[in-house]
Design a protein around this ligand. Structure first.
Ligand code: ZN
Length: 467
């Protein structure tokens, strides 16, 4: 299956061959995490936790179900989710008086509790997060990690004394994102979503998008500023120094298993996955190369190598199955292990291991005395190379246009927009492209005309087909 020609089929093929997820579970869009896929996701979660903990967020875990009465308090929010939530209507044989929603996200679960938790300005900022499963009834075609109905989800929720403090939180979220994305070797761009596309109930939404090889964008997360849109209906107030009661300003930040979907789509090739070293379930696979009568010596050396790497904190796997090295290479290439180490009779004589990089096929040797440091160095080089390559691909897909004639295919388009909804809808409907929004916090000054009506404007937007 060729990645460039038929991305959708190629993607499904890779997920299946690498055994990341099993979609044979008898509910469509609710897939089983296999050990290999789950390990990769747990490594991603590890970096999310690390960054959130470092910025003084506290992890919590809220109940899965939300009473309908709480769910309906913010009217835009319920409108946005009306058609995609799962309802629990019975408990045992009894019909419930108040139906329950399986959380599609947790604003309406958390905010009644925030109203109890926040009392005075000294309780602020309140910064919490959780990593849980959420549920959305997707009606579009489902696809592992990218569009599922049970979603492995990260969400942070914060409360602040003022709009400015909430804005600072969004800057911090952007900073956190850059650190996590670096681990995944994922380039992305940030766009302030149009008013008709922002999160239900938000003051504004920043979408985080990356690009797939077919030129379609994939949203991998979002950051929202709520102002007091939720704190008013949920009555989350604090007492300030003057004894006045004020509504808190809130933000949220969400990302999901789509991060893994994005990694697969961006980095893998026709041979299989390419796992970024930081999240690879196994960063190194060791393959012993036996020749006549040396199996005891080679096995011992391979085990020694494994223990040295493990001592160095590297996730290594020794493949001592009784099959030809060639078929081992093939299997681990599909699974995307970043670095392969071979050790045979001649390597032992020379006190080295032979390495092969998964990303570019480069080969060489590493001194066994300093194999931990040597491997670490190469894994770092692989990470940088993956990021560089992905960035170049993303940049190559962006094209600035100033006319509606000869609209290019498979590109992320940048153009002027006057900001009026009519022009926006007209563009989206005519070309079946989605306006992702205006670049977030861009230093670049735009000067041009609205692509639709021709009015002069200093606002540019990005539009693309989306996954
Ligand atoms: Zn216009």
């Amino acid at each position: 299956m060729e990645k460039e020609d038929n991305f959708a089929d190629w993607y499904l093929d890779i997920v299946e061959k690498a055994n990341l997820s099993d979609k044979r579970y008898p509910i469509k869009g609710m897939n089983v995490w296999t050990p290999y896929g789950w390990k990769a996701m747990m490594n991603i979660d590890h970096f999310i936790r690390k960054e959130l903990d470092a910025t003084q967020h506290d992890e919590v875990c809220f109940p899965l179900m939300i009473p309908e009465t709480e769910f309906k308090k913010e009217k835009d929010h319920i409108k946005g989710f009306d058609s995609e939530v799962y309802w629990v209507t019975h408990a045992g044989l009894n019909e419930l008086d108040v139906r329950l929603v399986l959380r599609p996200t947790s604003e309406t679960a958390m905010y009644p509790m925030f109203a109890l938790w926040v009392r005075s300005h000294q309780d602020l900022p309140l910064k919490i997060y959780q990593i849980v499963n959420t549920f959305r009834y997707e009606t579009k075609q489902t696809r592992p990690f990218m569009r599922v109905r049970e979603i492995h989800f990260f969400e942070s929720h914060t409360c602040h004394v003022s709009e400015e403090d909430a804005q600072c939180q969004i800057e911090e979220d952007v900073e956190i994102l850059s650190k996590i994305a670096k681990r995944l070797c994922l380039p992305y761009f940030l766009s302030v979503r149009t008013d008709w596309d922002k999160f239900p109930g938000a003051y504004y939404t920043v979408g985080i998008d990356t690009v797939m090889p077919n030129g379609k964008t994939l949203q991998i997360g979002s950051i929202h500023h709520y102002r007091t849109n939720f704190s008013e209906p949920y009555e989350i107030t604090y007492e300030n120094e003057n004894g006045e009661h004020k509504h808190v300003h809130q933000t949220t930040y969400g990302m999901s298993e789509r991060l893994l979907g994005a990694v697969i789509g961006v980095h893998s090739d026709d041979k299989g996955l390419i796992m970024p070293p930081d999240i690879a379930p196994f960063q190194v696979v060791i393959i012993p190369i036996f020749s006549k009568d040396n199996s005891a010596v080679v096995t011992e050396a391979a085990r020694g190598l494994l223990s040295k790497l493990s001592d160095h904190g590297i996730r290594a796997k020794l493949d001592d199955r009784d099959v030809r090295p060639g078929s081992k290479y093939f299997d681990w290439e599909i699974k995307g292990v970043p670095l392969r180490l071979e050790i045979g009779g001649r390597d032992i004589e020379n006190n080295v291991a032979t390495f092969a990089r998964r990303d570019n096929g480069e080969k060489g040797t590493i001194d066994l005395d300093s194999v931990g440091q040597g491997v670490e160095l190469i894994l770092g080089v692989i990470s940088s190379a993956l990021m560089e390559r992905a960035k170049n691909i993303l940049m190559s897909k962006v094209q600035e246009i100033d006319s509606l004639e000869n609209m290019p295919e498979g590109r992320i388009l940048k153009f002027g927009w006057c900001g009026c909804e009519e022009c926006g809808h007209k563009f989206e409907d005519t070309y079946e492209l989605k306006i992702l929004g205006t670049p977030y916090n861009s230093k670049e000054k735009y000067a041009g005309r609205c692509l639709v009506c021709g009015k002069e404007t200093d606002r540019s937007v990005i539009a693309a087909r989306t996954m």
